[in-house]
Design a protein around this ligand. Structure first.
Ligand code: FUL
Length: 485
């Protein structure tokens, strides 16, 4: 009896302790699940990185080779991975993902598992090695694309091929240093059945590759690598190849529902508001119409204006931007593409280079523990953030500048290590007659996530207000900046 009473007292004490901890707003907010891993946060902070599509397709004017192009056709005359990486660095790219093997099965590294590789081409040298070395030399990240679908291997469609695929993945994960991302392409023929040029080999891509096993290999050998596929687990395809995410974009996904080849892929443009897994969107597109180089597309390179718009709709919509460069037949990034990349980066730096809200006074209608210092916003310390009290899911942040400023962009960031919370917000400015008026935005202002950049018709004011209208839990904002483009 006495033991029972003591047990009850202990339980009561624990419960009271928990309640008081919950109500104690001096503590950091509880995470709002799901939350990202530190690797996913670091990955999202890269923001912009490059894709390189290169292989026999480059020399045979194809996008999807059948796997029958002779290795001798791979013959770049001036291949220079340092030129690629130096160009990408100039263009502000933080990493590069190479098609080590595309659907045609040709391998750009010295694999021991097939002769259909670069060692047997006139070029001979290991391209994966040269690129990963160049990345180390110039300080950007290196990533791997290894197509599961293989139109060259005779064993494709059998279990033997799957073992071959794992072996190749293991080579790439162990021989080239750190890998920041591994790309598992969901493409698998029109209906998942093409073998080589003229044959059919049925596979069920949701089971054939046993993806969890492949992902296990990556996790074991490259624990910091983020795994891309249509549905993650590290990051997800954005559901289009045009390089943008929807304005409403959750980093959340009903993770067990989405698999490579997921037919309702359009949902991926916004993610799932009720998702139970953290899986932010990667927005991929090519700087030209094709992924591989075609001379006929030399005059079809995307313009700086188009790329700038995509930046706002990818990075500015809580995604990352993966921009592809089709390396040309010489083995170089084409001069038009590199000039466009550098000009695009200069444009972004110009439009977002001068934070006009720096030094402004920030206050809020509700602040957890009353600790809100204006210096938390627009500083370089990503770890400091404003948060509302527990249970408060709507609050205003008011920004006063010393004198009038003219803005047409506002950047908002949530402190995502504690989850993605905000569901709806508006941005307002105070008119000269003291009225709060929303700035005109031609897209929804719903989610924020890691980064939301809102573009609007320029407004001049010395008071601005971010009204958070609804959130999944008390909002945590770690950055607000304002720009005039
Ligand atoms: C797609 C592939 O089929 C294209 O060839 C390209 O590699 C693109 C990035 O992904 O699924």
């Amino acid at each position: 009896m006495r033991i029972h009473m003591i047990r009850h007292l202990i339980l009561l004490a624990v419960l009271l302790g928990t309640l008081s901890a919950m109500a104690d707003n001096s503590l950091a907010p509880e995470p709002c699940l799901p939350v990202p891993t530190p690797q996913q946060v670091a990955w999202q902070q890269l923001e912009t990185y490059a894709f390189i599509h290169f292989g026999p397709n480059t020399f045979n004017d194809k996008e999807w080779g059948y796997g029958d192009a002779p290795a001798s056709s791979f013959n770049p005359t001036r291949l220079d991975c340092e030129q690629w990486v130096q160009t990408l660095v100039k263009g502000g790219m933080k990493g590069v993902i190479l098609t080590c093997k595309h659907h045609d099965g040709f391998c750009l590294w010295h694999t021991q598992y097939t002769d259909y590789n670069v060692a047997n081409s006139p070029f001979k040298r290991d391209v994966v090695k040269e690129l990963s070395d160049a990345c180390k030399k110039y300080g950007i990240k290196f990533g791997v694309y290894l197509s599961p679908w293989d139109r060259h291997q005779a064993s494709y469609g059998t279990q033997e091929y799957v073992t071959y695929y794992y072996n190749q993945l293991t080579e790439l994960m162990t021989q080239y240093g750190d890998v920041f991302e591994v790309w598992f392409d969901g493409a698998n023929g029109g209906d998942g059945w093409y073998g080589g040029a003229s044959e059919k080999r049925e596979i069920d891509r949701s089971t054939y590759y046993n993806y969890p096993k492949a992902w296990g290999i990556v996790n074991r050998l490259q624990p910091d690598a983020v795994i891309f596929s249509d549905g993650g687990p590290g990051c997800r395809w954005v559901g289009n190849e045009k390089g943008y995410a929807n304005a409403t974009n959750w980093a959340l996904l009903r993770i067990k529902e989405v698999y490579p080849g997921y037919p309702q892929y359009e949902e991926l443009q916004s993610g799932h508001a009720d998702g139970d897994g953290w899986c932010a969107a990667e927005c991929n597109t090519s700087i030209r119409p094709g992924w591989f180089y075609h001379e006929s597309e030399d005059d079809k390179v995307k313009t700086v204006d188009e790329l700038t718009d995509l930046y706002y709709r990818s990075v500015g919509h809580n995604g990352t931007f993966l921009l592809n460069f089709p390396v040309d037949k010489e083995g170089l990034i084409h001069p038009t593409d590199s000039a466009t990349l550098v000009a695009w980066r200069e444009r972004i730096d110009h439009e977002m280079g001068n934070n006009l809200l720096k030094g402004a006074k920030f206050t809020a209608s509700d602040t957890r523990n009353k600790q809100f210092s204006s210096s938390m916003m627009g500083d370089d310390n990503w770890e400091t953030y404003w948060a509302a009290s527990d249970g408060v899911t709507a609050a205003d942040i008011i920004i006063k500048t010393k004198k009038d400023v003219t803005l047409d962009r506002i950047m908002l960031q949530e402190y995502i290590p504690l989850g993605q919370r905000v569901k709806a917000f508006v941005i307002e400015y105070k008119t000269c007659c003291g009225k709060w008026v929303p700035v005109i935005v031609d897209e929804e202002t719903t989610t924020i996530g890691y980064k939301r950049i809102v573009r609007f018709n320029e407004k001049t004011a010395s008071e601005w207000r971010i009204r958070i209208l609804d959130a999944r839990a008390c909002p945590c904002i770690n950055n607000i900046e304002g720009y005039h483009s």
